[in-house]
Design a protein around this ligand. Structure first.
Ligand code: SF4
Length: 151
């Protein structure tokens, strides 16, 4: 079983109500048991919702209270992002899932590179909040862009 960002599977859970369906990814994972997950929805946020980015650090810093997640309008949504990460981890652990493919650059799902908090499209090195928590707990996290490394 493998955990996959719902938006990559075509579920309309993205902040703007759309998705990031990747046919290439679906083809790559066709032999796997897929568990779709959207941490931001699991954290209680609505769809659609305001876009948010991590400011003052990256996902691991949010986990220890040294950075926060804010919307473009400046609303602090850190608690929802933390709850979504915890719920995602709980699901993964309950199902003995050891691998995840998550959406690149997202403040929840991004792995290795995320938007930099300026809402300008610029990126910074780091993980999203959920990716950071999963990695901290021994789950291998990749993005759809490095899926070729998963096998
Ligand atoms: S990137 Fe993650 S949190 Fe954002 S819509 Fe996709 S699954 Fe949900």
């Amino acid at each position: 079983m493998i955990l996959v960002s719902g938006c990559l599977l075509g579920i309309n859970c993205r902040y703007d109500g759309g998705n990031n369906r990747s046919n290439a990814l679906l083809e790559q994972l066709s032999a796997e048991g897929i568990v779709p997950v959207c941490p931001e929805q699991l954290g209680g946020l609505t769809t659609p919702r305001a876009p948010a980015e991590i400011q003052g650090g990256e996902g691991i810093d949010v986990l220890v209270g040294h950075a926060r997640v804010v919307t473009k309008e400046g609303k602090d949504v850190t608690a929802a992002f933390l709850k979504g990460a915890e719920e995602t981890l709980r699901l993964a652990q309950q199902m003995d899932i050891e691998r995840a493919v998550l959406k690149a650059r997202s403040p929840s799902c991004g792995c290795g590179l995320i938007y930099d908090g300026s809402f300008s499209g610029l990126k910074k090195v780091g993980d999203g909040v959920t990716a950071a928590l999963l990695k901290k707990n021994g789950i291998v996290v990749l993005t759809e862009e490095d899926i070729s490394n998963i096998r």
